[in-house]
Structures are given as structure tokens and as C-alpha cells.
Ligand binder design. Sequence first.
Ligand code: 5RP
Length: 227
Amino acid sequence: MSTPMTQDELKTLVGRAALDYVQPGSIVGVGTGSTVDKFIDALGAALQQNPAFIAGAVSSSVRSTERLEKLGVKVMPAESVTALGVYIDGADEINHQGAMIKGGGAALTREKIVADLADKFVCIADESKLVQTLGKFPLPVEVIPMAAAQVIRAFAKLGGVGKVREGCTTDNGNLIVDVTGLQITGADRFESDVNQIPGVVTVGVFARNKAAVCLLGTAQGVKTLTF
Ligand code: 5RP
């Protein structure tokens, strides 16, 4: 009898599978997190075989930039690029329509910016991330520090309980408010509504920039969901 794969092994599996979505010689958009770290590892192996495998990357965080640069990947500023073929990133939750909660690693703003440059968002995740309804994972919201208390009060009106994430300053110098108690149906509308709250920089609902494909790591191997 074989032992079931660990969550870490499932992340490795989908990290490798994402290489198939990288157009050789292209500039690739790279997300943030432990699953993306596996993709970057796989990229490193591919670059050893073929140093021209990619022309460079646009990264969504200092963390990913450092890992990419260690591999010798040229990391380009987002503002120097007009379009990307593919953006590869993880998720904290993904629903059956491809909408996601992201920002567990506090990189949501840059993730949304880089995702928006890309033609295709490829989400890589282990099967624990697939949900019917978004909201069990506390929703990360990046906020301007002076607005944090106000944003928390605005979420209370929507039935959510917000809390400033302790010891966390984003790469942009802001705070993260994590909101529990939400059941997010109508993710598109929810994303737009939250974006109207003064002081909100980015809400961690990715509905407008939803996944086109999800490579889901399961006990049976990689399952490809398309949306
Ligand atoms: C970071 C993110 C990550 O993609 C998300 O938190 C998933 O991370 P992991 O792959 O470590 O589970 O949105 O801001």
C-alpha cells in the first residue's frame, strides 16, 4: 500500500506541472507563497537544462524576487512590461468558478497587479484549497494604516470580523486586515464593493483576475480545472 502524498509533495507536483504553461523564451509572471516556491524550484531545474528556457520574470514580492534572482533569472519591474502570457500563483481558496481568496502571504496587491498584466492566470494549489464558497479562510485586505479601524468597522456592517495582522507590514508599507465570518457569494460584486471602502488598497478576492486554469494537486495526481 502506498502512503498518501503530503501537502508539500502535492505542492511540488503542481509546481512542476505549471512549467507546461510557460512559453519557452517568454517573460513569466510569478506569484508568492510556498506553492510558488515549488514552481520556482522547478524553473531552476528547467533553466539548468536550458538557460534560455525563460527570458525573465515579473515577480509579485520581494520573497519571490530573491528566489528567482538566486537562480540567475532576470527579474523585470512590472512597469517595464506591457503584457505577460502567463501568471503562475497559488491561492488560499479557489472556488468552482475560478475565483480565489489570496493574500495569506501578504503579497496580494502586487499579485493582483502582475496577474492583471497576464493573459492567463494559472493557479497552482493542493486540493485542500478547493471550496464551494469563499470565506472560511480569513479574507486578507491590504489597507492604508490610518484607515485600519475604519475598514474594520465597514466590514462589521457586512457581517465580518476584521483584525489587523500582527507584525505584518506589506512590501508596500501597509497593513493587512484579516476578516473572518464572511461567506462570499457573488465574488465579482463583493470585490467591487470592498474596493469602494476608503483606505482599502486591495481586497484579497480575485474575481476579476480569476484563474483561467487551476492545477490541483490530488491523491490521484494533478487535476486540471479550466474556467
Ligand atoms: C500570498 C498568496 C499565496 O498565493 C497564498 O497565500 C497561498 O500560499 P501557499 O502556496 O503558501 O499556500 O496569496 O499572498
